[in-house]
Design a protein. Sequence first.
Length: 343
Amino acid sequence: MPSPDISAALHQALALAEQAVGLTDPNPRVGCVILAADGRLLGSGHTQAAGHAHAEVMALHDAAARGHDVRGATAFVTLEPCSHHGRTPPCCDALMAAGIARVVAAVEDPNPQVAGRGLARLKAAGIQVELAEAAIADAARELNIGFFSRMQRGRPFVRLKSAISLDGRTALPDGRSQWITGEAARADGHAWRRRAGAVLTGIGTVLADDPRLDVRLVPTARQPLRIVLDPQGRMPASARILQPPGEARVVGPGRADLPMLLSDLGAQGINELHVEAGPTLSGAFLDAGLVDELLIYQAPVLIGEGRPLAVLTALAELGDARRWRLVEATPVGQDLRLRLRPI
């Protein structure tokens, strides 16, 4: 019988981990597949909501429900099994107790409480341990890019989203912006909101558009925290962003220092911060070098005079311009989705 294909098994586990988006925060999105020596699927699963079972335990439960014995099997997991007691017991213990003979992990856990200790514990118990090739490791990191950011930098991964016209306008001169892009792009934008632990905007956007900034156009198990920067206390009590579903928070005077705000959000377990703001606040994030990714929806329309994507500090030389690397360019309906990261 053929042995399990490592790449195929880990891609299957990554697909399971994708199903945990919008569910597991602040925990990472993890998938696990358990295969017999002959390649038969014994069990699979992904991490549940915080405080509930991790991917490895879900896969073991699935195997048991199917009536499969996992002794001598291989567990393919998208992140190193945890070795510490958090809200749940260590996954290492569950794998060892089940008699798993081999563990293949896509990438090491960046959590300082784990960071190689899980793999070391498995090795010490006589379990064969392997790490995936670079391409799969990169895919696993990308799926949990916010978790890696919080563990390694102490702050969320910041994604700044904007919808713009062909001539780079985000709104008419009076601030009206609904709608530059089409329905497909708006639904896609909600899918990116779902990834985030928090969605942030400024009081100017609230006063101009009265947005909800929740996730409505795609299914989600949880709503991200909604944050409004309002240093002068202008938030109207009737604002839709303050209404359910989900929690909203207004950050007032003395709390609008952006690097400090990001550190605070990291300490609160926010992995990805999704910013949907006007040109002033967007410019402040960009000028401070705090944007990790631009998520731009460009519509095939020309607006003429209007508001820009961001108000930035003037440059002395063109050579000082901020340079970005194109990660993705994908048609979404009649619009174009662009993702860019700083070079």
